[in-house]
Write a protein that binds this ligand. Structure first.
Ligand SMILES: Nc1ncnc2c1ncn2[C@@H]1O[C@H](COP(=O)(O)OP(=O)(O)OP(=O)(O)O)[C@@H](O)[C@H]1O
Ligand SMILES: CC(=O)C(=O)O
Length: 623
């Protein structure tokens, strides 16, 4: 602990002292594969959360299917507190339920079922049930279930209890236990071979919910909650099509919420629509818990491989969830098979592994996290040793499928090529680090996709962008003020890394940045053409459209002016809080023109202050 304290900037040291003596702290930048931890009753209080984040949990996952809104709100507050007042950073992924998730009831004591027992699933809605009976969360289930169906129920210890439907009587589905086990309270259920897309619409459902059901496929109040709590990502359960993701994305955009959309792949229909779903989403979670009940479990490894490959091709982060350390819910050491499972995921170079019950309700949440951390580090080290033995520094990555949500023709292609060159250069020169300066996270995402050996330190002005980058393979994000002089920004970033002892004087680093230089302004004809392209015949354009028009011309104004004009999604409220808490002078303040609209003359004035964007790739030594 004492040696780690020295690597922490002085203003944050007091927060480190809050950690217990035996707490493990993950060194900045060491591990490339990220860890997402589901937070539940075992880990929700501030001290436990700090211990997890300091121990290497990169993102907190909250599952809205458990706990109430007030509980989730408090956990998010605790995470924000960590982001503001400690040297650690965690993003938040909020798991949004689906209308189609069907769950068992809540048990005072989990039923332990033996083969041949009778067990009844009911929609009677009584306050209490005798042993041998469980409520089912969906009324429509009674009409959907048929004699002979095989029902898979989530069990404690990671397995499944299998029930065979013998009889249906009034509001009860009477089953015989085929595979025994202990049922999990509020565990999910599936009927093998059937999609539980039951359209469980209730009689008095309001219009908004009906629209949400048809268009978004998820409860609108949960999305509203995610927006109001400013989480970094929402993870949509049981996604079936790209349309759902596009609808959620449009809703978030219309609310100016900078929230990424992760599609959970957990049904056969999602596998059929895999490419279009990956294309539409900001990331994908291979939700092995439910996927393994919806398809035969022996097919899950095949699909894990396929999905991770599609994600790489589309340049989208890939997460794998569930059962990595299920035995550690009850015991303090992992099984050898669990270690092998994590090894396979690291070899697939996915972005993140997700702990679920291990950290949410397990007995050994910190031990589970440190076990995963050390296994991931060990495998990564071995992969790097093998790569170093090979003389070939080129990176075999299939061509990127262009993401139209942030790809500007020309600019995007240059960014992709330069990121590739930076990764090859870093490997060839055995660089100690890659430093990326990024506004929206695109350059860091591209860098991450090449999976270079060196850690990627990404610097951005915006807290939300920083928090979102916690998900990317190999990327350690920092917030920094972008000065008008890029050299000053680079020097400040180098100092921040030196302070944390992740680089030292003389180390070679690769630097990737956009700077303003070269050509200034544009001809009247070019300006008019760019203006009319974005204004589509209107007299005025918005701040964001001003940015697009300048981009078409390959021009950009200074970061300070951009922020003042509201041309980029700086979360001013959060930025203000962060700067004041960290005792820095805020340099950016929301302009009165934020959200304003500009005519051609005003656009022309901005353009006269703009310069050409020059992508720079440098190899430098730390001074
Ligand atoms: N907020 C919470 N409160 C209480 N228990 C929780 C909470 N979050 C998770 N858990 C526990 O951890 C287990 C695993 O978490 P997970 O998020 O995977 O839920 P799940 O119900 O298994 O899956 P799904 O993602 O399909 O909803 C849950 O079954 C539950 O027992
Ligand atoms: C996390 C989750 O939803 C699953 O694995 O099914």
């Amino acid at each position: 602990m004492a040696s780690i304290l020295e690597t922490v900037p002085p203003q944050f040291r007091s927060s480190m002292l809050k950690l217990p003596e035996d707490a493990e702290v993950a060194y900045v930048g060491e591990r490339r594969t990220k860890i997402v931890g589901t937070v539940g009753p075992s880990t929700c209080d501030p001290d436990h959360l700090l211990r997890l984040v300091a121990g290497g949990m990169n993102l907190v996952r909250l599952n809205l299917c458990h706990g109430d809104y007030e509980w989730h709100r408090q956990v998010i507050r605790n995470v924000h507190d960590i982001n503001l007042n400690t040297p650690f950073v965690a993003g938040v992924i909020m798991d949004i339920g689906s209308f189609d998730t069907v769950r068992l009831g809540e048990f005072p004591r989990n039923p332990k079922l033996e083969t041949g027992d009778t067990f009844t699933l009911t929609v009677r809605h009584e306050a209490e049930y005798p042993p041998g009976v469980s409520e089912i969360s969906l009324d429509g289930f009674i009409d959907f279930a048929e004699v002979g169906d095989s029902i898979q129920c989530q069990a404690e210890g990671g397995g499944l209890v299998e029930l065979l439907v013998k009889r249906i009587k009034d509001l009860d589905v009477i089953c015989e236990v085929v595979s025994p086990g202990e049922l999990r309270s509020r565990g999910t259920i599936n009927i093998r071979g059937k999609s539980l897309n039951l359209n469980p619409k209730s009689e008095n459902e309001d219009l908004n919910t009906s629209i949400a059901r048809a268009v978004l496929g998820c409860p609108p109040d949960q999305l509203e909650f995610a927006i109001s709590e400013r989480v970094e990502y929402v993870a949509l359960s049981f996604v079936e099509s790209a349309d759902q993701i596009v609808a959620v994305r449009n809703l978030l955009r219309s609310r100016r919420a900078n929230i990424g959309v992760i599609a959970k792949i957990e049904s056969p229909i999602a596998l059929r629509n895999l490419e279009s779903i990956v294309d539409a989403a900001d990331g994908v979670m291979i939700a092995r818990g439910d996927l393994g009940t919806a398809i035969q479990y022996e097919k899950v490894p095949y699909w894990q491989q396929q999905i991770s490959e599609v994600c790489r091709r589309f340049g989208k982060p890939c997460l794998i969830s569930t059962h990595f350390l299920e035995s550690m819910v009850l015991y303090p050491t992992p099984t050898r098979a669990e270690v092998t499972d994590m090894t396979e995921a690291v070899k697939q170079r996915v972005d993140a592994l997700v702990l679920t019950a291990e950290t949410a309700s397990g007995k050994f949440p910190f031990k589970a996290l440190s076990t995963m951390n050390s296994v991931l580090l060990r495998i990564q080290q071995r992969i790097h040793e093998v790569e170093e033995e090979s003389e070939d520094p080129t990176l075999e990555i299939p061509p990127l499928v262009k993401d139209t949500t942030w790809w500007t023709p020309g600019v995007g292609d240059v960014a992709e090529n330069i990121a590739n060159s930076a990764a090859v250069l870093a490997n060839q020169q055995n660089a100690a680090a890659i430093m990326v300066f990024t506004q929206k996270g695109l350059m860091a995402t591209l860098m991450s996709r090449y999976r270079p050996r060196a850690p990627i330190y990404a610097f951005t002005a915006t807290p939300v962008v920083r928090n979102k980058m916690t998900l990317l393979y190999g990327v350690r994000p920092f917030r920094i003020r972008f000065e008008d002089d890029p050299e000053e920004t680079i020097q400040n970033a180098m100092n921040a890394l030196k302070e944390r002892q992740v680089v030292k004087d003389g180390d070679l680093v690769v630097i990737l940045a956009d700077v303003l230089g070269g050509r200034e302004g544009a001809s009247e004809t070019e300006l008019r053409s760019a203006f009319s392209e974005v204004s589509k015949g209107n007299r005025f354009i918005t701040a964001a459209e001003t940015r697009s028009a300048l981009r078409i011309l390959g021009l950009k104004v200074s970061d300070k002016l951009e922020a003042q004009l509201g041309m980029r999604e700086v979360d001013f409220a959060e930025l203000g809080r962060e700067t004041s808490i960290k005792n820095e002078e805020p340099t950016e303040s929301p302009s009165t023109e934020v959200g304003g609209r500009y005519d051609f003359e005003r656009f022309n004035e901005f353009a006269s202050q703009a310069k050409e964007i020059v992508h720079t790739l440098q190899l430098r030594s730390i001074k």
